[in-house]
Design a protein around this ligand. Structure first.
Ligand code: BG6
Length: 478
């Protein structure tokens, strides 16, 4: 049956500065949190905020430093995006390219110029830029001086940074996203928000984490206000690492556990989209003696400056169980839960659940009633380059095809307004969780290996032509 999918949909692709650009000290850029997270066994401990970056073994390899060198290859890469037919490209700007330490009063012109070149190149091909202002990077100096987002002074520094972007790119960028996967702050505090917890007692941690959360939420509301003043046509989105929690069984304890997990996950977006903290969170803060330092003025700012649209990443659904002791635990990603016995998993143990995307979209739409934008989804998999240079990634095509059909159903049959779809790692890049290159998401292959070897040449995978046709037919070919 022919699909009735709306015209003007933003078919696209997504990446992030620290996983793609390289050039980590080029153009006056300062060091940033992710530049301090090594590949290898210490990576997860540093990302969790348990091991201080200064304790990383000498001689460690830091994948962000060169990444896939988009910094010098951006024209070639954008030409490939255009050839694929992308209508949008989501990428992030690195705070420390614009304010190398975070403390400067004037932005670094070379950094701004680099991003302006990228934007102009996209616009040349009619590709809509979708810009994440902060995707897992905090200038190192702010980590050292302030302990990152635990300190309220971060808010104004972030507003300075975002304002510099809005002033420069006004009229060129319509879709902005404040913090990538803002809820990651609670799961991977250092990777998500530059927060080191290793020197804190267990009972002190929530005080630090929820204060940091408040500072990011306040910053997000403040920059939404500034954006609307500077460029009334532009839109600000929140960004959630989404994935519905299913109850493991019909046991009311499991159902309740799923409710708790879902509302925890929605915590940030409840504030960004609803304008106030949920009641349960206020009670939690009270009971646990957590003081986030919220003022009456903060409350007004949060209330008056909610986001225009909701963006999210979706890789997998999750499973909640009140008692995890008698089941296999899902160790695939940063979200703890039970393994879903009904689902296949990727080579990295991430559950594959296309229908879960439709369920997740319905949950977000019912809760917030704001347009949605899927800004990450994809399959991390090992690719084989055949003798003739071809890469036959049918597994990736199957994954994307199933997820595309699921969101098209959500649009056509559930009536959910969806702005676009930018699958993750449209071009191979460094994996955030593992630091590997071999966990490839791209539709474009990059000859770069886990140890940094490879000539960085780009080539098209089978999925490249397939996605091109999907875009050309506005989804009919999926
Ligand atoms: C999201 C992040 O968590 O998932 C990306 O926003 C990340 O930065 C993506 O790369 C996929 O995760 P990973 O760990 O496989 O790279």
């Amino acid at each position: 049956m022919a699909r009735k999918f709306p015209e003007g949909f933003l078919w696209g692709g997504a990446t992030a500065a620290n996983q793609l650009e390289g050039g980590y000290l080029e153009g006056g850029k300062g060091l940033t949190s992710v530049d301090l997270i090594p590949h290898g066994e210490q990576r997860f401990q540093v990302a969790l905020g348990e091991l201080h970056y200064s304790e990383v073994k000498e001689g460690s390899f830091f994948p962000s430093h060169e990444a896939i060198d988009f910094y010098t290859h951006y024209k070639e890469d954008i030409a490939l995006f255009a050839e694929m037919g992308l209508k949008s490209y989501r990428f992030s700007m690195a705070w420390s390219r614009i304010f190398p330490t975070g403390f400067e009063t004037e932005p670094n012109e070379e950094g701004l110029q680099f991003y302006e070149n990228v934007i102009d190149e996209l616009l040349k091909y009619g590709i809509e830029p979708v810009v994440t202002i902060n995707h897992f990077d905090v200038p190192k100096t702010l980590i050292d001086e302030y302990g990152s987002w635990r300190d309220r002074r971060m808010v104004d520094l972030f507003v300075n940074y975002a304002s510099a972007l809005f002033n420069r790119f006004k009229g060129k960028v319509k879709y902005w996203i404040s913090f990538n996967e803002i809820n990651m702050l609670l799961h991977l505090p250092f990777m998500g928000a530059g927060i080191y917890l290793g020197d804190l007692k267990e009972e002190e941690r929530n005080q630090v984490l929820y204060s940091a959360a408040h500072h990011e939420l306040l910053a997000s509301a403040k920059i939404t206000k500034v954006l609307h003043e500077i460029d009334p046509d532009a839109k600000m989105g929140s960004m959630l690492a989404a994935g519905e929690y299913y109850p493991y069984s019909a046991n009311p304890q499991d159902v309740w556990e799923a409710n708790l997990d879902n509302r925890d996950n929605f915590f940030f977006i409840d504030v960004q989209a609803g304008g106030e903290y949920p009641e349960w969170a206020k009670i939690k803060f009270e009971e646990e003696g957590i003081d986030i330092g919220i003022t009456e003025e903060d409350k007004e700012i949060l209330r008056d400056n909610t986001v225009d649209y909701i963006t999210f990443s979706y890789y997998a659904s999750r499973v909640s169980k009140a008692d995890l002791s008698d089941v296999e635990v899902d160790s695939g990603n940063a979200f703890q839960g039970a393994k879903n016995p009904y689902l296949e998993v990727s080579e990295w143990g991430w559950a594959i659940d296309p229908l879960g995307l439709r369920t997740t979209m319905n949950g977000l739409w019912d809760r917030y009633r704001k347009p949605l934008f899927i800004v990450e989804n994809g399959l991390g998999a090992k690719d084989t380059v055949e003798a003739d240079g071809s890469i036959n990634d049918d597994y990736r095509i199957n994954y994307l095809k199933a997820h595309i059909n699921a969101f098209m159903d959500a649009v056509e049959q559930d009536g959910i307004p969806l702005i676009g779809y930018t699958p993750w790692g449209i071009i191979d890049l460094v994996s955030a969780s593992t630091g590997e290159m071999s966990k490839r998401y791209g539709l474009i292959y990059v000859d770069r290996q886990d140890d940094g070897s490879g000539d960085l040449s780009r080539s098209k995978k089978k999925s490249f032509d397939w996605y091109k046709e999907v875009i050309e037919t506005n989804g009919q070919a999926a």
